[in-house]
Design a protein around this ligand. Structure first.
Ligand code: NI
Length: 170
């Protein structure tokens, strides 16, 4: 297993649209293990393959308190979205240190293959529902800051570019 490098906003590679995973083979299984390790190491609740520069429809999630309930979604598709919306604070491992409000559906159903190759439909609500929507956005090349105003987004861009430069200078 290995820790993977997480792309940081505004890296243009984060806007790549992912292709379906062709087969659950040894390469994908190894990638799942590495993505889970990377997500837990970074204390994140979700990681999309897009964020580690692999442009295939694969997401790992764990919203459990004890960090012991990994959820693997291969070729996920949202099949149903509830009517209720709620605005909640979101962050992202690709946008470190930035949190802001995003409106999301409170309930969704997602159909996906799991790490064993079983296709399942998951009914999600609350934090898990929000996390699924956030991660599936990544697969479409969308980062949560794109829901914010252009003014806020530009401030975030400037701040993150400066932070990256400061790190490189060290
Ligand atoms: Ni994210």
């Amino acid at each position: 297993m290995a820790l993977l490098t997480i792309l940081r906003y505004p890296d243009p590679k984060l806007h790549t649209v992912a292709k379906p995973v062709a087969a659950l083979d040894a390469r994908i299984s190894a990638l799942i293990a590495d993505m889970l390790e990377t997500m837990y190491d970074a204390s994140g609740i979700g990681l999309a393959a897009t964020q580690i520069d692999v442009h295939e429809r694969l997401v790992v999630i764990d919203t459990s308190e004890d960090r012991d309930q990994p959820l693997v979604l291969i070729n996920p598709e949202i099949t149903w979205v509830g009517d209720e919306r709620v605005k909640g604070e979101e962050g992202c491992l690709s946008v470190p240190g930035i949190y802001d409000g995003v409106e999301r559906a409170t309930q969704v159903k997602v159909k996906a293959m799991d790490a064993k190759g079983q296709v399942r439909t998951i009914e999600a609500e609350g934090l898990l529902a929000v996390c699924i929507q956030h991660e599936l956005d990544h697969l479409m090349g969308k980062v949560f800051v794109e829901y914010l105003s252009p003014l806020k987004r530009n401030r975030i861009k400037t701040k993150l570019i400066k932070a990256l430069r400061d790190e490189e200078d060290d």
